[in-house]
Write a protein that binds this ligand. Sequence first.
Ligand code: ADP
Length: 431
Amino acid sequence: MTFLGFGLGLSVHKGASFLWTAGFLIILALVLVLMARWQVWPLAEPLGQILGGSRPQAIEDLPGAWFALERENDDLKERAAREDRLLPGIMARLEEGVLLFGPAGALEQFNPAAQRHLGLGAPLAKGMRQGEVFRDQEGADAIQKAFRGISCEWRIVRVGRTLRVRAIPFAPLGPVSGVLLTLDDVTSQEALETTRQKFISNVSHELKTPVTAIRIAAENLQEEPLPDSARASAQSIMRSVDRLTLLLGDLSELSRIESGALHLAPVTLDLGAFLETLLRDFQPRAAACDVGLVVKVEAPEEAMIQADPLRLHQVLENLLSNALKFSPARAQVELSVRVTSQGQIWEVCDQGPGIPEAEQGRIFERFYRAQAAKAKPGTGLGLAIVKHLCRLMGGEVAVESRPGEGATFRVILPPQVEAQESPQEDPRSGR
Ligand code: ADP
C-alpha cells in the first residue's frame, strides 16, 4: 500500500512520463492479483468446513469447490427422499398393525395392517379420535395410561380374530408426545395354548384312575409274604406311584390356574391364626429334616390381612417345602411377613446351596429344575404354580440368591381391604 501511495503521489504531483505510468500500472496489477489470492482465505475456511476434503486452497479452486458443494447437496436431497419413501415402505410391509396417536389424542399415523386387523366399518383416517378406533373401555383406559408413561397390553376380538394390543408411550424427544400402538394377531397362538391346556388337563385327569389302581395293587402286594426281591420291586412301584401322583396333582393344578378356571375366594384373615395353622403343618416337617423353622412378624397387633387362605397357604407351602428340601441338616429356614398399608411382603429364606444367577430367571418356568437339584425329588412345577397364584392374587414373586449362600423367595401382595377400596396404580403390572 505504501508503494501504491508513493506511485500515485509521484504521478499527480510531478507529471510522470508514459513509460513511468505503464510501469506503475503493471506493478498495481501485480499487487491486486496478490491481494486477491490472499482474500481467498476468509472464503476458503467456511467452504473447507462444509466440503471436508474438497477445501479450496486458492481462488482458482472455487468453481471446483462450488461443484462439490452442489453434488453434496444433491446427495443429501436424494438420501432424504429415500428415507421419506423408506418408512412408509416398511410400515406397508409390516404384518403387525401400527398406529400413532398424537399428544391431543388424534390419529397421526397408521399402516394398512392396522386397517386390516381392526376391521372397522369405515377406513382409518388421520385425525380420528382414539374412541372411534378402540371403542372398549379397557382400550381407552390403557391408552390413557400410556399417555401417562406406562406401557400396557390387552386383548380384543375383531372380525373373529384375537388381537394383542400393546400401547407404548411415544417419547422420541424426552417427554411423552403420543402413544404408539401395535396390533398382533394371536388367534392361532391362543388356540394352540388352549389345546395344550386341555390336553394337559385331560391327560392328568385320565391318568389319575389307573395310577390309583396301581397304588392299591402295590399296597396289597406289600401286605403279602414276598421274597425280598419282589418286596423291593413293590416298594419301587410305590415310590414311582408317589412321584406320578405328585406330578399329576401339580399338572392339573397348573392347568386349572392357567386356563383361568381357578377363582380366588379372598376373605379377611387373622394373620396370627393363619400363621398358626401354617406352622402346625410345617414344624413337624422341619423337625423331620433336622432344620430349624423361625418365624418373624412385622405387623400391627392383631393384624388382619386380605387373602384367599387356601391359595396363600399353597404359595407358602411350596416355598417352604423347597426351602426344607434344599436345606442341609441343622440349618435354619426363616419365614417372615411384613404387613403395611402398601401390602404384604412374605419371605422364605434358607441356608441351602442357593441358585446360580444364570438359572434364577428360569426356575419359575414349568418343568425347569436347576442342574444341582436333579437329585432331589420334585416335578419342576411348584414355582410355576407359585408364580401364577401370585399373579392371580395381584402380586409378584421374586428370588434373590447367591450360590453357596442360600436363597430368599419374596412374595409381594397388594394391600389389605381398606387400602384396596381406593386402588393405586401399580406400574409393575403395566395395567
Ligand atoms: P421342584 O419340584 O423341582 O422343587 P420347583 O418349581 O419348586 O420344582 O423349583 C424349580 C427349581 O428351582 C428346583 O428344581 C430347584 O432347582 C430350584 N429351587 C427352588 N427352590 C430352591 C431353593 N430354596 N434352593 C435352591 N434351589 C431352589
